[in-house]
Design a protein around this ligand. Sequence first.
Ligand code: G6P
Length: 368
Amino acid sequence: EKIEKGGFEHFMLKEIFEQPEVMRDVMRGRVRVEEGLVHLGGIHDYLDRLKQAKRIVICACGTSWHAGLIGEYLIEEFARIPVEVDYASEFRYRNPIVSSDDVVIVISQSGETADTLAALRLAREKGAMVMGICNVVGSTIARETLCGMYTHAGPEVGVASTKAFTAQVIVLFMLAIAMSKGRTISHEEIRLNLRELAEVPDKVARILEQNDAIKEMAVKLKDARNALYLGRGYNFPVALEGALKLKEISYIHAEGYPAAEMKHGPIALIDEDMPVIVIATRDNTYAKILSNIEEVRSRKGRVIAIASEGDREIERLTKDVIYIPQASAAVLPLLTVIPLQLLSYHVATLRGCNVDRPRNLAKSVTVE
Ligand code: G6P
């Protein structure tokens, strides 16, 4: 097992650090930046039908569901096709409206999650074209979908998903671009977006270099009983994922929220004992996020910010800042999630938790 961990103390840490390499693998042979092309062999024959879909429904559970939310933003922005994201467990029991004009995309790392499999079967029965995004080759979900894409993240051992999540987001990014080609965005825009995507692995490697600084920040979080994660736009699902990572492995209660919704509830909880992790990268909601931080500070909340490199303004609001390289909004989740993964990992190890095998959780939930 020591050899399998490749010198890292835990599988989770190894898997976090593998991400630049995994991301390159996911894109290899699929992304051609200069030609402005995305080649997805597994769905090639079905791409036209996908582009003609009236609606896309994404079904998944857990972290894969968070990837699905980012997929919604990406597909709607680039391909301009309406997307709904549903928990597989809700979809399967609510007699959902699905027809042959719809495409249902199921996302599952393991390819074995019981609820996701049931959602897939139901969607198929109702006549939808069902596509899969799976990591485990030959898994049940991969076999039962009409077509799909593998994430090629390699085996993920840590129960808390890390590299499989970022691989799913990259696949959804590539899919959104492939769906928009020749329809909704120009060749030049495609090239620009693919260039941004291709630059992500190196940027992630630079974030990982800050591991020691992030560990120091974890010391400040380790005795918290609750934590709030805020983000907007593409970073809203990342806030959910950051909160999930913290609760899964450190057993600290955490909630993710779209930052502007804070005033409709969570703000009531803010005091000096409530750490608030705010994703405040430079995008179109940056100014709004700064005022959200002010609101937290005026109630004595402790703020840890994830911000864009070169941002001097944020330092006036909090000393605890983790910087990430600048990037276009659509690729930001692939960067902003990295410090949150590391933060949870370090908080959990500081609390003496078993990060690779957290209590009560399973890597793959094959029963209801
Ligand atoms: C479990 C795992 C999570 C995972 C979820 C969905 O809860 O602990 O890490 O996100 O199942 O799993 P799947 O294999 O379908 O992506």
